[in-house]
Design a protein around this ligand. Structure first.
Ligand SMILES: [Zn+2]
Length: 650
């Protein structure tokens, strides 16, 4: 789950058991037992969450051995509960994740003037991981950051905020683009954040002792020193910004904390005051730029990390290339043409645009945020790159209960079982940032709620179904996706190459973060994907919980890939919390009562679907369908809320 705030509201009281809805006309035979009430066991789910979220699995990063171990554990559980494997090879269905690329032949960059071509030394240029393969020689055009920012209309008489487009009016057809990495006026955000984190770690290492000794003078000095460093780090990227409010010393210095998200809040507020175009978070991403260059007809690209895009002087001097064999990329993002990075000093020595160097142009763009795109003076560029992807197999885990008279119709119940791993996970990292919890440094993002909770609930519903002796009419498939945190990779791979007929899938139900039912209640999203969902959910009731019924289909979890295949989907979610994607996402914060009530409700839903309840896909009308927001974030697609009738949250 890669986003933020789902606004859910309601207080609570006693639960009424979910009542089974009217069944579709079933051709029940003597052997078809009465529909059971599933014996959902929250204690068992909690035990499974405890197991999957234990430090042993180190946060189940998709490219880690621990994830493969947890896949084996899941397969053993399905064997034990008696669900069948789907794939010949057992319960695991591996799919490839690209963990880097390697050169099949040396990469080449040469600057040509007429017949003479001067080769750039291999130590001063290197392919980027998103490069395609090919050989090309063409005229070159400097396109700044190849960035774009939309114009923002002024409100209440305020002037409009101008847009920016480095490609506007530039003819790139059959040309090689020379572009700057990152976005105007800002460094690589990951490097910037890592640098802040390093400062935070050294702060936390120092502050503990000072507080213990109530050393106010020491704390004041520490604060002044670190604040000075932070201002020096930020100022070059926010010229003229008022940083007085940045991390002020509190009235009682003994309460001093360094909260990075608070710091970011101040920076975002100051950044919003700076005049000129607003570049969003994606503006600096290379894959977006390469897609735009390809659209504009470019046949190659040379990228340069300009001197102003570095956070630290030593990094600027080194101008190091990212190791392409350890960069996790999505294959679809690779360009169709060669993309080679050139060191900024070499670029300054060998390329001119109207007599100016690339560094001079970067400084000018950063100063007034106006494009400086123009042809490279009198030179052509030759590029050659020959790269292949390095893939590693990662297991989705699938199990099934074969259906009866409607076996040709499939109901999928799924949950991702991967998470973001531990700090410095390697391989481009899972983005887990360490934190101090109860005075202890915790470097593992255990993912009890995200998404050991959904994983345990899928397992428990399968177990309870089989234990009940009930024979479903439709075929049930239980899916545990890997690679969700890396971009919904497991579910994407599954719908693109399923070990079953995708056309037979009647509906998909996804559980992602169902372990922390709180005062805000449960969200059920995706309801607009079928007009049959709301009547069915009304029949099922809310099992005593407060529930938000959301029409839109959140694009940030695995059901989205099924929805893109025109399959009706539902998404169960108890909301984002302070421990989201942090080491504090531990089992002791899981709401056991919530596991029980949600498990029962989802169990009833799956039983009803298994029994043949009609669910037909509904084409989205305007404003409906996939949404980047979380359930409850858009009043236009929020269907309704029901209040709790029982005490279900702590
Ligand atoms: Zn998740």
């Amino acid at each position: 789950m890669s986003a933020l705030i789902a606004a859910l509201a309601a207080p609570a009281c006693r639960p009424t058991p979910a009542r089974p809805p009217e069944l579709a006309p079933a051709t029940a035979t003597a052997t078809q037992p009465q529909r059971p009430t599933l014996a959902i066991d929250a204690a068992r789910m909690l035990a499974d969450i405890e197991h999957l979220a234990s430090d042993r699995y180190r946060g189940r990063y998709s490219l880690s051995p621990e994830l493969r171990e947890s896949a084996r554990w899941l397969a053993d559980r399905y064997t034990a509960i008696g669900a069948s494997a789907l794939a010949e090879g057992g319960y695991e269905a591996p799919f490839p994740i690209t963990v880097g690329v390697r050169e099949r032949a040396p990469t080449r960059l040469a600057i040509a003037r007429g017949r003479r071509a001067s080769e750039i030394s291999p130590s001063e240029n290197a392919p980027v991981a998103l490069s395609g393969s090919g050989t090309v020689r063409a005229a070159a055009v400097f396109v700044g950051y190849a960035a774009r920012a939309d114009e923002i209309a002024g409100v209440d008489g305020a002037p409009a905020i101008p847009g920016h487009d480095d490609l506007a009016g530039v003819d790139l057809r059959g040309k090689i683009a020379v572009l700057l990495l990152e976005a105007p006026g800002r460094p690589n955000l990951r490097d910037f954040f890592r640098r802040l984190q390093r400062e935070q770690i050294s702060f936390e290492a120092a502050i503990g002792g000072l507080k213990a000794r109530a050393d106010v003078a020491g704390i004041t000095a520490l604060h002044a020193d670190l604040r000075g460093k932070l201002v020096a780090l930020i100022e070059p990227f926010m010229p003229g910004a008022k940083l007085d409010d940045l991390w002020p010393l509190p009235a009682d210095p003994l309460t001093l904390e360094l909260d990075l998200s608070g710091l970011f809040g101040t920076l975002m507020r100051e950044a919003a005051k700076i005049k000129g175009p607003r570049f969003d978070m994606q503006a600096g991403q290379l894959r977006g730029k390469l897609a735009r260059l390809a659209e504009a007809g470019a046949v190659g690209a040379v990228v340069v990390r300009g001197p102003r895009s570095f956070v630290a002087a030593d990094e600027r001097e080194a101008d190091a290339f990212e190791p392409i064999d350890r960069v996790r990329i999505n294959k679809d993002d690779r360009a169709a043409f060669p993309v080679v990075q050139l060191k900024w000093k070499t670029a300054d020595r060998s390329l001119r645009v109207r007599g100016q160097t690339i560094s001079q142009l970067q400084a000018a763009i950063d100063r007034d945020l106006r494009p400086r795109s123009a042809p490279i003076d009198g030179q052509e560029i030759e590029l050659r790159a020959d790269l292949e992807a390095i893939d590693t197999p990662v297991p989705n885990v699938l199990a099934t209960i074969r259906g009866g008279d409607l076996a040709d119709q499939i109901v999928v119940l799924g949950a991702h079982y991967d998470h973001i791993g531990a700090e410095d996970e390697g391989q481009g990292g899972g983005d887990c940032n360490a934190a101090t919890i109860n005075g202890q440094r915790d470097t593992i993002c255990n993912g009890a709620d995200d998404n050991a909770s959904g994983t345990a609930m899928v397992l428990e519903i399968a177990r309870a179904l089989i234990a009940s002796g009930y024979k479903p009419r439709r075929t049930l498939i239980f899916t545990h996706f890997a690679g969700e945190e890396l971009g919904l990779l497991g579910s994407k791979a599954l719908v693109e190459d399923p070990p079953f007929e995708l056309a037979k899938v009647t509906a998909m139900v996804n559980l992602d973060m169902v372990g922390r039912l709180g005062p805000k209640g449960l969200a059920i999203g995706g309801i607009h994907s079928s007009d049959d969902w709301m009547p069915l959910l009304d029949q099922l009731g809310a099992n005593g919980m407060s529930v938000l019924y959301e029409g839109s289909v959140a694009s940030r979890s695995d059901h989205a890939n099924f929805y893109r295949q025109k399959i009706p989907v539902l998404f169960f979610f108890t909301g984002v919390h302070a421990d989201y994607h942090r080491p504090g996402d531990h089992t002791d914060k899981i709401n056991k009562v919530g596991l029980q009530t949600i498990g029962e409700l989802v169990g009833e839903l799956i039983l009803t679907l298994a029994d043949g309840h009609p669910i037909a896909y509904t084409e989205p009308t305007a404003g409906r369908g996939l949404s980047g927001g979380l359930p409850g974030s858009d009043p236009d697609t929020l269907i309704k809320r029901v209040r709790a009738t029982a005490q279900t949250s702590p």
